[in-house]
Write a new protein. Structure first.
Length: 268
């Protein structure tokens, strides 16, 4: 189906996607999608934002690198009787023509592109001159970026020249990134997503099991007698970050919701 090779299908990412649904709802609500809008969801995963856009009556396209996740998204839309155009593709080289979307969305998706500048240019290229781009990105130091720091010593290094995903969640950095692609920010709002678990051990298990890039390294780390150390370090991190609330263990994840428009649409 595709020549792309990813780790996103290796873990139980759909379990995490379910937890992230409130963010997709917030992004789609902020987008104020109208019936017949042309909507593109970049790095759609299991289709959270794309499905919501289709429910609004939009003509929706969902693009993702991982065919296994797209298949789940396809089934999900079909079960709801929704027509969505699902396409395998890279955020840095989107399989759509210029000016083909009135609304471009990405919920914790484009932030993982290897080449941020190329991905930003693609968001701009496919967005109509009267359109808008809405992005959700983890803020620096928030739950998922901090988890990455904890696990960094156990995992292969990121690709040479790549930048951290939280760059898109930093107000001081995302502005210049998008401006270089001729997009101008009109709004940035910080939101918080609460994640509730039975206890810290359950939270640790979910964070590991849903992270394909961690799961794919398990056999190597087990052979090196380092897997349990990884798990212990993450469990300690989770315990430090979380709080017990009403008998449940709670983690908080902070993200930035950015809205931008083509520079040509901004009145001087």
């Amino acid at each position: 189906m595709s020549s792309f090779v990813t780790t996103w299908g290796a873990g139980d990412y759909p379990a995490m996607a379910q937890r992230l649904m409130p963010v997709a709802e917030a992004v789609v609500a902020a987008a104020a999608i109208r019936p017949d809008d042309r909507v593109l969801d970049v790095a759609t995963g299991t289709g959270n934002a794309a499905v919501l856009a289709a429910r609004c009556g939009a003509r929706t396209v969902g693009v993702d690198l991982e065919p296994a996740l797209l298949e789940l998204a396809r089934r999900r839309a079909a079960d709801d009787g929704l027509a969505v155009d699902w396409r395998v593709g890279d955020a840095g080289r989107l399989p759509l023509p210029d000016d083909s979307a009135d609304v471009v969305l990405s919920v914790f998706g484009v932030i993982y592109a290897n080449d941020h500048e190329a991905a930003a240019r693609e968001l701009s290229r496919v967005c109509a001159s009267s359109g808008r781009v809405l992005l959700a990105a983890w803020t620096p130091g928030s739950l998922l970026p901090a988890m990455g720091q904890v696990l960094g010593g156990y995992l292969p290094p990121p690709p040479v020249g790549s930048a951290p995903p939280s760059r898109w969640g930093d107000r001081t950095l995302v502005g210049p990134l998008l401006a270089a692609a001729d997009l101008r920010i009109t709004s940035t709002v910080v939101h918080r997503l609460g994640l509730s678990f039975a206890n810290a051990d359950a939270a640790t298990s979910l964070l590991i099991d849903t992270a394909g890039h961690v799961v794919t390294e398990r056999d190597r780390l087990v052979a090196q007698c380092r897997w349990e150390a990884l798990r212990a370090d993450l469990r300690s991190f989770v315990g430090d970050r979380g709080v017990t609330d009403g008998g449940r263990f709670r983690l908080e994840a902070e993200y930035l919701l950015t809205t931008a428009v083509p520079a040509s649409a901004v009145t001087p």
